[in-house]
Design a protein around this ligand. Structure first.
Ligand code: 4AD
Ligand code: MG
Length: 481
């Protein structure tokens, strides 16, 4: 089909030529002016209909949401706010849209409403912008790693392991709901199942990624991961995309540098490649801020926030230092914490993370060396501190407005220490013999992290609900299409 994209037409300087455009009608005014959008950009193209020579039948069907094809001359526009328009000799209806039933009206809809019609929200400028930025970020990630010689390793979606040891897996089974085979003791007999054992959707590609890194040197995964955590929040999804690099001969310091470089690189890339989309989203955010009471408005607009992140080093602090800061935060602030941080060893709540990032340091923070007891089994054990407290070489990167964006660590490469940790955490060795083999045969220091892709998209787009930055969000009680 021969047609020109609206994006190309709007940047064209060659007027008085014939062209054909196709797109969806945003508005139709005075039986004459169509605002047409074809998805190639957020701007609409004005198509001027020759209503005297266009059949009544066709005019009637030019309604918001309808798909049309228009052919005619591209001319410079006399109207305000547009450079050019098409004087259409002919308009064809490709697909009608009943204006009584089409839920998207030519006006601003709330995000809540758009979430309810998630299958149609792609047609709005907001979601056009978000998914273009998402696409740019995704491309930038591959570019970043490939420029550095990392190998993109496809780790499995279906796996038997629980990489995080948190038991938040979705089970994959072909066993019938009724008549499930059971062992003599009444447990489900997975030997009868497709894989001959129980299997689940991956929560992280890390463990398999480590196998790759311990041979290829530097790898990354970028794929969907699944968590059956029942958290109905604006930061959690049941299906989210994660970027997980894993690097041999690297320690926590290298890991932090890699993560900071990656984040800055991809944010800069999106700013370079999506100026129109980000300007639109910045404007959307500014409008939203205006409707808030003065004292709740954010100090920085979207662009300044992104620039600020590029221009400053992330703050690197240990967990122990962070607890000290929280304990000594101003009493009036502390009173607002729902959960008090009285004891070393507790996991930080999101309000503590927010305080550190948004109030105390006012920039991205890398928290390191968490208590061993609140972290996964594979993290490298530090020497106990002067008070005998055990920490691991973990790092979490916290971002303003987002909280945890990255979780990673230097890995425990010493076989005995790893076995001891697994025992303490009741993780059977037989289950992970293949993982332990990397420590048996040519073990080496290595490190890696997981970057939650949707949380990155949230930060860059200035959106506030994670369900708005993935095309098909999966969350409790929601898996329609
Ligand atoms: O901190 P997490 O659980 O770390 C891991 O899975 C490690 N195996 C990663 C590694 O070292 N290779 O998850 C990593 C990141 C989090 O920091 C967060 O950004 C994101 O993944 N994340 C989620 N994003 C959306 N919805 C959820 N339910 C998420 N759970 C984690
Ligand atoms: Mg984490």
């Amino acid at each position: 089909i021969k047609r020109e994209k609206i994006k190309d037409i709007l940047s064209s300087t060659e007027f008085n030529r014939e062209t054909t455009v196709m797109g969806w009608v945003k508005t139709f005014r005075n039986n004459q002016f169509i605002a047409l959008n074809d998805g190639s950009c957020m701007s609409n193209l004005q198509v001027v209909v020759d209503f005297a020579n266009t059949p009544e039948e066709v005019l009637k069907k030019i309604t918001t949401g309808a798909a049309i094809s228009a052919s005619g001359k591209l001319v410079e526009s006399l109207g305000k706010g547009q450079k050019c328009e098409i004087k259409a000799d002919s308009v064809q209806i490709l697909g009608e849209s009943d204006p009584e039933k089409f839920p998207l009206q030519p006006k601003k809809h709330s995000l809540e409403f758009l979430r309810e019609i998630a299958h149609l929200r792609f047609r709005t400028n907001t979601f056009n912008a978000i998914f273009k930025v998402r696409n740019a970020l995704s491309f930038a990630i591959h570019q970043f790693f490939n420029e550095r010689g990392f190998v993109y390793l496809h780790t499995p979606i279906i796996t038997a392991s629980d990489a995080e040891g948190a038991g938040e897996m979705f089970r994959v089974t072909t066993l019938p709901f009724d008549d499930t085979p059971r062992t003599d003791s009444g447990e489900v007999d997975f030997k009868e199942d497709f894989f001959g054992r129980s299997a689940n959707l991956t929560v992280s590609g890390q463990l398999e990624g480590e196998l790759g890194a311990m041979a290829l040197g530097e790898i990354y995964t970028f794929g969907p991961t699944f968590r059956a955590e029942n958290s109905n929040t604006t930061r959690h999804l049941a299906e989210f995309w994660m970027i997980e690099p894993e690097v041999a001969f690297a320690d926590l310091e290298d890991n932090m540098n890699l993560a900071e470089d990656l984040l800055k690189y991809v944010i800069r890339y999106a700013m370079d490649k999506c100026p129109d989309e980000l300007a639109f989203l910045a404007n959307r955010l500014a409008e939203e801020e205006k409707s808030k009471p003065q004292n709740q408005r954010s100090e920085l607009d979207l662009m300044s926030k992104l620039n600020f992140c590029l221009e400053n080093d992330f703050e690197r602090v240990t967990y122990t230092e962070a607890i000290h800061i929280l304990k000594h935060s101003k009493p009036n602030q502390k009173k607002q914490f729902k959960y008090l941080v009285e004891d070393w060893g507790v996991d930080l709540q999101s309000e503590h993370e927010r305080y550190l990032v948004e109030k105390h340091f006012k920039k991205p923070v890398i928290l390191t060396d968490y208590p061993a007891d609140i972290k996964a089994f594979y993290m490298r054990m530090n020497e106990p501190d002067a008070d005998g407290r055990k920490t691991v070489r973990a790092m979490d990167i916290l971002f303003p407005g987002i909280g945890e964006m990255v979780g990673g660590s230097q890995r425990e490469e010493r076989l005995e220490k790893l076995q001891q940790r697994m025992q303490e955490m009741h993780i059977p060795e037989e289950e992970l013999y293949w993982y332990l083999d990397t420590r048996r045969f040519g073990s080496a220091p290595h490190a890696g992290f997981g970057l939650g892709f949707e949380r990155l998209v949230l930060f860059v787009t200035g959106m506030t609900n994670i369900r708005d930055v993935i095309p098909f969000p999966r969350f409790p009680k929601n898996a329609e299409f």
